[in-house]
Ligand binder design. Structure first.
Ligand code: IMP
Ligand code: MG
Length: 176
């Protein structure tokens, strides 16, 4: 495992993202819809840097059925708050092909928010397959499979405080 972003760099990136979000919304109330489970750590760090009235809503989406290959996306929205007429910020850990964020944003848009914007910790620009561009991005990263700071491989490594590249030899080998 190779460290791509240290704990310090991640924190600095979240600081900057929070600053840009504060510039955009000021003291307007904001509803953050966090895509579980990958954005959990980012969510906890980000909301503590915001000072407008913040509501947190969760939505679950998954396209990774246990490995690194993308499959069919499923969305579970039974933990959503009512976002009618709200300013909504959709939050995810990583924008890879962008299909997850595009699909989830479409679903949330159908619930009648006043405005909708998107924020991700990481953006793998080389893999993008959708028109949508995230409004707030903390880091652009190369096309490598990363874990830590909420991101998983087979539901493991989310608790690492840094972001690491999982090497080819480690993918599939870890039968924990
Ligand atoms: P997309 O729909 O292709 O943009 O994929 C987004 C989702 O795939 C994210 O929410 C992650 O859960 C997962 N994902 C994509 N790339 C990685 C990675 O490098 N490490 C861990 N999860 C990833
Ligand atoms: Mg995810």
């Amino acid at each position: 495992m190779r460290i791509l972003l240290s704990e310090e760099r991640l924190q600095a990136g979240v600081d900057l993202m929070a600053e840009r979000i504060r510039e955009r919304y000021g003291q307007q109330p904001l509803t953050i819809v966090a895509i579980m489970t990958g954005s959990l750590v980012l969510l906890a760090d980000l909301i503590r840097r915001l000072d407008m009235p913040v509501r947190v809503s969760l939505i679950q989406a998954s396209s990774y059925r246990g490995g690194t290959e993308s499959g069919t996306l499923w969305i579970r929205d039974n933990m959503m708050l009512d976002i009618t007429g709200r300013d909504v910020l959709v939050l995810d850990d990583i924008f890879d092909t962008g299909k997850t964020l595009a699909e989830v944003t479409k679903r949330i848009d159908s619930m009648g928010p006043r405005t909708i914007a998107t924020a991700v910790l990481l953006h793998k620009r080389a893999r993008q397959q959708v028109e949508l561009n995230p409004d707030f991005v903390a880091f652009e990263i190369p096309d490598e499979f990363v874990v830590g700071y909420g991101l998983d491989y087979r539901d493991l490594y989310r608790n690492l405080p840094f972001l690491a590249v999982l090497e080819e030899s480690e993918i599939g080998a870890s039968m924990v």
